[in-house]
Design a protein. Structure first.
Length: 599
């Protein structure tokens, strides 16, 4: 018999609100795991209609007038893609092993390290006969679908009102309704919680039996935490363990070398963070299980075996050598490859114009901005149509965006009801306040730019998906926001799924002849640039608290540089010239950093 093991050693993380919303439909039948956002129920309802009709099923609308419509829309969509994927997968399993078949493609995509791949290769070499047919049946029985995981950004959690304007209770907040939508679905997969801890949402998890183990200790739905450092990961996991909720995976993401929102740590770099997880993994597992076991016993659930706790990493990985080093040296269970898949149209939903712009973009087109209404750093793309539209609106004297979906409303500076800082209403009021100041501030333009930099993400991060699937009407806003990680700068054309997977596993090199620093150097440069900008921004009024923060940030970067200097000789899968160059880059960055003082 063939031993089962995880099919692939990478996953595709969530990509914006819409870019990966139906990625599972495209890759799960081939054993590849991916994550869909369940934030935008309006876009999800449109995609549910689209895929329902494509699947030949009857579409029944879930209108906003229906009670708990947000949760029901999400459940309906997740159930639909679960059925679609299962139908495709079952058909794939029953196909003959013939050239061009999906079942052959399934095995061709596997890494060479997979026992399934070895057994498949052996089967191909066999003469036709009973033994070959028996092995084919074993292969069919051993393959599995990729995980159909979903993401909730914890901070996107607006409280809502009913049709009569009455405040609904916390169960109907945006994040809680999305959680309920997933919990009530047929999926047996994971909920990825990102953007830090939300007590209201975390306290709601234990209301659903699906997050607790059955009599055999199995979980039908799991929790994954996307984290950027060990301390916050451990705090969140302990909080949940005390409630009887097990964290099945820590998904470590680079603070700045990633797509979407960027959460800069206090100078903590990815390498040292991974080292800490590696060193403390077993200790953490033991401590968490003790808390978890006690909480389960209070619920009369007896569990004697420690559940699995996976550790994965994502953010800025660009080559097969980097990928394999992370797996081997830090003993992580898998890696995440996100932004490069934006250039794979059979995997992600990127409209044609944005796809062409990404394929021809230069390194300077990718930048970390303050565009997000959440007040969190946001990886932006200068060539996006939403960014161009933002500048056009400013030039016409009408900055800001109409606010329709209202997922990110939070500001009550001028209004009783929260409004979004990217909205036309807020920016008009804030600019009016700024213009009324006497005398005019010396940094007037800087303040004006900070107000108008905010970008509508509720619509912009879903528009591309609707455009690609021809679901936008001519009168709707066609401007696209996109948030790729800076690592995408080195990928410069459109790729197929097969090409990208082969690149990840080192069978082809899509970055051949491209001069690209190591991922750790890329991240370090991003952190140094962040430190410089922060220092410049506060140079005129640097109080003691900020000065101490900046000094700590700088000191931590220097600690990280020393760590990497010791790590360089351990890069055994790289040439001596590569290691020498990396050491020289570290030394140069260290000299530059030492020359910058917070004074």
């Amino acid at each position: 018999m063939i031993q089962t093991n995880q099919t692939h050693t990478f996953h595709i993380p969530v990509l914006g609100l819409g870019y990966s919303v139906d990625t599972p439909v495209k890759v799960s039948p081939f054993g590849i795991s991916s994550v869909a956002s369940i934030v935008d129920d309006e876009m999800i309802e449109r995609m549910r209609k689209h895929h329902t009709l494509q699947a030949g099923e009857e579409y029944i609308q879930i209108p906003t007038s229906e009670e708990d419509f947000r949760s029901k829309r999400i459940t309906g969509y997740l159930n639909l893609i679960d059925r679609i994927i299962d139908k495709h997968f079952q058909a794939l399993k029953n196909e003959p092993f013939a050239p061009g078949s999906d079942i052959n493609r399934y095995f061709d995509l596997l890494p060479e390290s997979s026992p399934l791949k070895a057994a498949y290769n052996a089967m191909i070499e066999m003469e036709d006969g009973a033994e070959k047919q028996q092995l084919q049946q074993q292969l069919r029985s051993q393959i599995s679908k990729g995980a159909i995981d979903v993401n909730i950004m914890s901070k996107v959690d607006k409280l809502n009102k009913d049709v009569f304007g009455q405040q609904l209770d916390d169960r109907f907040s945006d994040a809680s309704a999305a959680l309920r939508g997933f919990a009530n679905s047929t999926l047996q997969s994971s909920l990825v919680l990102s953007a830090g801890m939300n007590p209201r949402l975390y306290n709601y998890l234990d209301q659903f039996d699906v997050f607790f183990p059955d009599a055999d200790g199995n979980l039908s739905k799991r929790i994954i935490l996307k984290v950027s450092d060990f301390r916050s990961a451990f705090i969140q996991a302990k909080y949940l363990a005390k409630k009887g909720i097990w964290v099945s995976e820590f998904r470590i993401e680079s603070g700045l070398n990633c797509g979407g929102h960027a959460f800069a740590t206090e100078g903590y770099l990815l390498g040292p963070i991974l080292e800490e997880f590696k060193a403390k993994r077993q200790e953490m597992l033991t401590d968490l299980f003790q808390l978890y076991q006690t909480a389960l016993e209070a619920r009369e659930i007896i569990l004697n075996k420690i559940p699995d706790l996976r550790i994965t990493v994502q953010g800025g990985i660009g080559t097969a050598d980097e990928n394999s080093f992370l797996l081997d040296h830090y003993q992580v269970d898998a890696t995440g490859w996100g932004s490069p898949f934006l250039l794979v149209p059979e995997v992600t939903s990127v409209d044609e114009q944005t796809l062409a712009d990404l394929a021809s973009a230069k390194q300077e087109d990718y930048y970390v901005s303050n565009s997000s209404p959440l007040g969190v750093l946001f990886n932006n793309f200068k060539q996006s149509s939403a960014e161009k539209q933002r500048l056009e609106r400013i030039a016409k004297g009408r900055p800001g965006s109409p606010c329709k979906k209202k997922y990110l409303v939070s500001n009550t500076e001028f209004t009783q009801e929260p409004i979004c800082t990217a909205s036309r209403e807020y920016q008009r009021l804030k600019i009016k306040q700024l213009e009324a100041l006497e005398p005019r501030p010396a940094d007037f333009q800087q303040q004006f730019d900070a107000i108008t930099e905010k970008l509508c993400l509720c619509e912009g991060l879903s528009t591309s998906t609707l455009l690609k699937n021809k679901l936008l009407s001519p009168r709707e806003n066609h401007a696209v926001s996109i948030c790729p990680g800076p690592n995408l700068a080195w990928f410069s054309r459109v790729y197929s799924l097969d090409e990208m997977v082969k690149h990840i596993y080192g069978k082809v090199d899509l970055l051949n002849h491209v001069s690209r620093p190591n991922m750790f150097i890329n991240e370090l440069n991003l952190y140094v640039e962040h430190y410089r900008k922060d220092l410049e921004m506060h140079a005129a009024a640097l109080n003691d608290k900020k000065k101490k923060y900046l000094q700590k940030f700088k000191d931590q970067l220097l600690v990280g540089i020393e760590y990497y200097k010791e790590l360089v000789p351990q890069l055994g899968n790289q040439t001596k010239a590569y290691r020498d160059e990396m050491f020289a880059q570290l030394s140069a960055i260290e000299r530059q950093l030492l020359g910058v003082e917070a004074c």
